[in-house]
Design a protein around this ligand. Structure first.
Ligand SMILES: *Cc1c(COP(=O)(O)O)cnc(C)c1O
Length: 442
């Protein structure tokens, strides 16, 4: 797939703390304005030449097709807003996941239009594939042979799968408590796996130091600014799919007579480090900046009451969250010291959304309606987004006439014990017809 004009629209990186601007490649990870410790980092935001994109790109060309006429099924279709060249991306297609419209679940929730963006249907079965693809491309472009990451599971699984497809070596630091299915993915794809006898935060810091020492490329969430750039593609897809699902509507300028992108009223997404929600916001913000949607949807971040660092910072009006001791059953959103809180807080504050809390019990219970009325088997952190929507409805934060998108971030097959914990066990019977009849009575 060739990029028609090899020029990237990326113009640089801007520090979200001190405002300093950097040229692409001048700085890879974080701004040196902050001491390199804990959550308080000089996070960088990728900036593009939006006016040139407006001048040269047609909205319509982006919906059904990507690359000037060539149909493409992966995130490469959004190349003008990616920080890497299409040729650098791993061959395994990422993204283009379905936007489902389960009417029965909409009835249960009590909203007119409910959509589920099922990002469990990515190659390694989570939304993290979108970011890992960018990390591998970036490593390739900067001549780095090994890509490393610290992860509670899914970011690593994504890096392992996509790295294998691109024949790029990967080293993964996981907390030794990571779920078996996720660690199995790493080993199957052939990553070097280091299970750190410590917390996720220990694994994160060790990974940063190892990358410095051995010259590896670091994919860590909330440290590598380009991860947001991969995750934002989920919003581009949602807006394009919504426009398709709902047919012709008012155009948001541009005069094509039909809008290629439509924003929902609100989006629900579970939050751990805060990187995905930051990316979701960035994606909609960019579509709005380009004049292709009329408004940025309200972004709702969902946390477990047992891992609520970013929610608490939002509630208390803080810029930097206070560390918590996370103990949630939704392992993908269990974080003591969130690494991308700045972008997460910006997402919610600037979109007029909110952070919502759900008890672990409600998160696990939400696995059932997500599957039974929604048709989607999510891992606990995926179901958490739906649990948050129930909570938001209860508090009147979402009205019944709204168009709501819930993002399922990961497949339920990633955490089978959590699923059977709420779905129960099968009835064991002898191989007799009478036993079947009896079982129907109980
Ligand atoms: C990583 C992850 C999250 C949370 O994303 P953050 O960027 O850490 O906030 C939610 N759900 C799943 C399945 C994940 O893998």
């Amino acid at each position: 797939m060739s990029q028609p004009n090899d020029r990237s629209f990326l113009t640089g990186l801007q520090c979200l703390r001190c405002g300093q601007n950097y040229a692409p490649g001048e700085l890879e990870y974080v701004c040196p304005c902050r001491p390199n410790a804990g959550s308080d980092l000089g996070h960088l935001d990728a900036v593009y030449d939006y006016d040139s994109i407006i001048a040269t790109r047609k909205r319509l060309a982006w919906t059904a097709e990507g690359n000037d006429g060539a149909s493409t099924r992966s995130i490469e279709r959004w190349w003008p807003l990616l920080p890497v060249r299409v040729e650098s991306l791993p061959p395994l297609p990422v993204g283009n996941t379905p936007l489902l419209r389960p009417q029965r679940l909409a009835d249960v929730v009590g909203v007119n239009q409910l959509f589920i963006k099922d990002d469990g249907r990515n190659p390694s079965a989570s939304l993290k594939d979108r970011a890992s693809a960018i990390a591998l491309a970036r490593a390739r472009e900067t001549g780095r042979v090994v890509v490393a990451a610290a992860s509670t599971g899914n970011a690593a699984a994504a890096l392992a799968a996509l790295g294998a497809s691109a024949a790029q070596a990967t080293v993964i630091f996981v907390p030794h408590t990571a779920p078996e299915a996720k660690v199995a993915q790493l080993l199957v794809y052939g990553s070097r796996v280091l299970a750190v006898d410590g917390t996720y935060d220990d694994a994160f810091d060790l990974c940063v130091r190892a990358c410095e020492k051995f010259g590896w490329y670091n994919r860590n969430t909330g440290y590598n600014p380009y991860m947001t750039e991969g995750k934002k593609t989920v919003s581009f897809e949602i807006a394009a799919q919504l426009a398709q699902a709902r047919g012709p509507a008012r155009s948001a300028g541009g005069g094509e007579g039909k809008s290629s992108f439509q924003a929902p009223n609100s989006v629900f997404i579970s939050v751990g480090d805060g990187s995905i929600i930051g990316g979701v916001y960035k994606g909609f913000w960019e579509l709005h900046r380009l004049g292709w949607i009329e408004r940025v949807p309200r972004i709702f971040g969902v946390q477990s009451t047992a891992s609520a660092a970013i929610h608490n910072a939002w509630r208390d009006g803080l810029e930097i969250p206070q560390t918590v001791v996370a103990a949630t059953a939704a392992d993908s959103i269990g974080v003591n010291a969130p690494r991308d809180a700045i972008k997460a807080l910006r997402a919610v504050r600037e979109s007029g959304g909110a952070f919502v809390l759900a008890e672990d019990e409600a998160i696990l219970q939400a696995i059932l309606p997500l599957a039974r009325q929604g048709g989607v088997f999510g891992e606990p952190a995926g179901a958490a987004a739906l649990a948050g929507l129930f909570e938001a409805r209860r508090h009147g934060l979402v009205k019944s006439h709204e168009t709501v998108v819930v993002i399922n971030t990961g497949s339920g097959l990633k955490d089978v014990p959590a699923a059977t914990g709420v779905a129960g066990d099968p009835v064991v019977i002898p191989p007799l017809l009478e036993a079947v009849a009896e079982s129907l009575e109980s």
